[in-house]
Structures are given as structure tokens and as C-alpha cells.
Design a protein around this ligand. Structure first.
Ligand code: LCS
Length: 393
């Protein structure tokens, strides 16, 4: 069946590249580092690109292709690479598209290390960057330089949930020959399709909603064109960012249930956000599904739902926030997000500690901000747990 023509849920189950073997309903795992050739000429033809087929797992493997094909279908792109982590995906984009003398613009509240490595490591290769509030398109416009090559967005941003208008930002960027990459980790293609909104590249930490079961670390980059994909593939193969076949197989399995997981987590998140917002000890809640969310119109415009991520601050600031984190019993006090279990963490001292105090303040990551990734447990249990933890705040 041509899965390009099926609906999203059918793609989740059936898209892929592994051929059926012995009638198994699920693809086998090609847990091999290398593939044998029929003869020396075939090996040479494969290396010279004159014949398809596998050579060596760093250069390609059926399980990696299976997952990459499914993601390409889901994000409606030209092709994808799957990587050993989300950070490998981030660096695949940076290395493939930026070089000495180039400049990148990005949002000031992206995942800590996506900004940290650009500011501390890439300058030694001559790459410049500007981190600003991309939710204001005028800020992007003002930051464009003649050597700007990449606009790197994360929307909703981690952990402030700030949105950038992908369509407007892409239009502006393209007028200046700038490529646009969107880290779609917080949404997944179920809730947002950046390529359809005008972006050129989509990136994921598959550790999160795509795999969803907190048992692998992985990443992916989906490109809109062959030209971009070729650059990503070159770096992936030669820097060695590829996934392991078992990791890819587990991720492909997790992906199958992504839509129903996100539906349930989102349903829970709406109720949890309403509970938190009405709690007397809570100062504010940032969640795209609340009426109080400042960018409600943009949620409607570019997202199919508000997702399962939120941030909040208590009236007692970080002292009170720590009490809540220390007293949860059902939720896990742990970083990561987008899994089936509810997770709570403190960005200023954990995921975004790599940024300085000044950078965090500018980005809206206050010391009291607590991030919650709502899981698919019974919502009554999640709320009961938060309620009892809040009694210590
Ligand atoms: N992009 C976003 C938006 C992320 O949230 C993360 C990880 C990455 C990229 C990197 O992916 P990884 O290499 O970890 O697969 N975010 C994390 C977080 O918020 N808590 O722990 C990891």
C-alpha cells in the first residue's frame, strides 16, 4: 500500500522501509554492523553508488531506513536521517548547514544545550549566532546579517512554551535566502507540521513524544529537499551520528502509538493546567491550552492541539517549587519529557543550567519556573499527587 496516501494514524502503523520477512507482522531487527556482498564487483558498485543495498550500519541499515521513512511520511518531507540522540540531530543540522563565516539566528529559550553548544563550541569553527525572542518577527528581521544562513526555531520553546509564527518567520527568512529549521520535539508531527508551514528542516529529540516510553535516546532530522537531505546524510555518515538498529526498532515501535498517547496526555494536561491555575499557591501557569495563554491565536493557527507540556511558578518561588518537586509520589522528579509517565523538573538548575543567569532571565526562564510533562496515568491520580505535594509548598 502507498502509505503516502493514507491517513496519519495508518502512517504511524504502516509506513516504513523494511521488507516483510517470513510473514512477521513486525519488522525484524537487523542487528548487524556490516552486510556481505555477493562478489567484489558488487561491493565496489555499492561503494560507488552505482547500486543500492546496504554496506555497513554507520552508512545505512534497514531499521534506520524504516524509521526515517515513517518520519518522512509523517512530517511530509523529502527524506530524513535518524540519529543517536536529539543533540546529534541538532549538531547534524549545525554542521551540515553552517561553516566558518556563517551566522545563525535562534530563539533565546531553546533547549539549553542546543544554545550552549552553539555559543561555546561553534565559535571556534568561525560560526556566529544571535539568540533573541523570535516570537517577535521584528526581532528576527533586525538580527538578519548578510552572512545569516540559518534560522533555528524551537516552537513551543523549552521550557517557556513561547511560540514563533513558523509561516511568518519562514517567509521572512526565505526573502533573505535563509534556511529555517524547526525543533518540533514539543509537538511531534501529530500536533504541528513545520514543513507545511514553510520551514525547510524539522528536527526531533525522539527520546520524547516520538518514542514515548523513556527507554531510548534518539533524534531525527527531516528535510524538505534532496539538496538539504544530502548534506545531512553526509554529516550523519561521516561524523557517525547514526542510531543503533535496536534503538531504531524500539523507536519505530513506540511511534506506532504516538497519536493515542498524545491525545490522552493532552486531555490530562488540560485538566492539570486548569487545576494548577486555580490553586491558591500557584502564581502563573503557561500552557497553550489555557485561555490565559498569551499566544492563543498562534496556537489556533499552527498547532492541532496544545500538547502535554507546561510550566508554572509558585507564589513562594523556587523554595516552594522545590518542596513540590521533593514531595511528588506519582510524578517522577526527572528531566526528559513527552513520555507516558508524568515528569517534573526545574529548568534553571537542571535542563537550562548551562545558560547563565542573565541569559535565562532574558529568555523568561525564571528561577521559580517548574516544568511539568504530563503523562497518561489517570488524571485524578496526577492531580491528587500534585495537590498533596503543593501542601508542602
Ligand atoms: N530539543 C529539545 C526541544 C529537547 O527538549 C531536547 C532534550 C533535545 C533537543 C536534545 O535531545 P536528546 O539528545 O536529549 O535526545 N530535552 C531534554 C529535556 O528537556 N530534559 O532532558 C532532555
Amino acid at each position: 500500500m502507498d502509505t503516502k496516501k493514507t491517513g496519519f494514524n495508518s502512517k504511524l502503523i504502516h509506513s516504513g522501509a523494511v521488507e516483510e520477512s517470513m510473514g512477521s507482522a513486525v519488522s525484524p531487527i537487523y542487528q548487524t554492523s556490516t552486510f556481505k556482498f555477493e562478489d567484489a564487483d558488487q561491493g565496489a558498485r555499492r561503494f560507488q553508488g552505482k547500486e543500492g543495498g546496504y554496506i555497513y550500519t554507520r552508512l545505512g541499515n534497514p531499521n534506520l531506513d524504516d524509521l526515517a521513512t515513517a518520519l518522512t511520511d509523517l512530517e511530509e518531507g523529502y527524506g530524513a536521517v535518524v540519529t543517536s540522540s536529539g543533540m546529534a540531530a541538532v549538531n547534524d543540522v549545525y554542521m551540515a548547514l553552517l561553516g566558518s563565516g556563517d551566522h545563525m539566528i535562534s530563539h533565546n529559550a531553546v533547549y539549553g544545550p542546543s544554545r550552549g553548544i552553539m555559543e561555546t563550541f561553534y565559535p571556534k569553527y568561525g560560526v556566529e549566532s544571535t539568540f533573541i525572542d523570535c516570537s517577535d518577527i521584528e526581532n528576527i528581521k533586525r538580527s538578519i546579517k548578510p552572512n545569516t544562513r540559518l534560522l533555528y526555531l524551537e516552537t513551543p520553546a523549552n521550557p517557556t512554551l513561547k511560540l514563533t509564527d513558523i509561516e511568518a518567520a519562514s517567509k521572512l527568512a526565505h526573502e533573505h535566502n535563509i534556511l529555517v529549521c524547526v525543533d518540533n520535539t514539543f509537538c511531534s508531527p501529530y500536533l504541528q507540521k513545520p514543513l507545511k508551514l514553510g520551514a525547510d528542516i524539522v528536527l526531533h529529540s525522539m527520546t520524547k513524544f516520538i518514542n514515548g516510553h523513556a527507554d531510548i535516546v534518539g533524534g531525527a532530522v527531516i528535510a524538505k529537499t534532496k539538496e538539504i537531505l544530502d548534506k545531512l546524510v553526509y554529516v550523519m555518515k561521516n561524523v557517525g551520528f547514526n542510531m543503533d538498529p535496536h534503538q531504531a526498532w524500539l523507536t519505530r515501535r513506540g511511534l506506532k502509538t504516538m497519536a493515542i498517547r498524545i491525545e490522552r496526555a493532552q486531555e490530562n494536561a488540560i485538566k492539570v493546567a486548569e487545576f494548577l491555575e486555580s490553586h491558591p499557591k500557584v502564581k502563573w501557569v503557561l500552557y497553550p491550552g489555557l485561555d490565559s495563554f498569551p499566544q492563543k491565536d498562534l496556537v489556533e493557527k499552527q498547532m492541532a492541539g496544545p500538547g502535554a507540556m507546561m510550566s508554572f511558578e509558585l507564589k513562594g518561588g523556587i523554595v516552594a517549587g522545590k518542596q513540590v518537586m521533593d514531595h511528588v509520589k506519582l510524578a517522577l522528579l526527572a528531566v526528559s519529557l513527552g513520555g507516558i509517565e508524568t515528569l517534573i523538573q526545574h529548568p534553571a538548575s537542571m535542563t537550562h543550567a548551562v545558560l547563565g543567569q542573565k541569559e535565562r532571565m532574558e529568555a523568561g526562564i525564571s528561577d521559580g519556573l517548574v516544568r511539568l510533562s504530563v503523562g497518561i496515568e489517570d488524571v485524578e491520580d496526577i492531580i491528587t499527587d500534585l495537590d498533596q505535594a503543593l501542601s508542602f509548598a
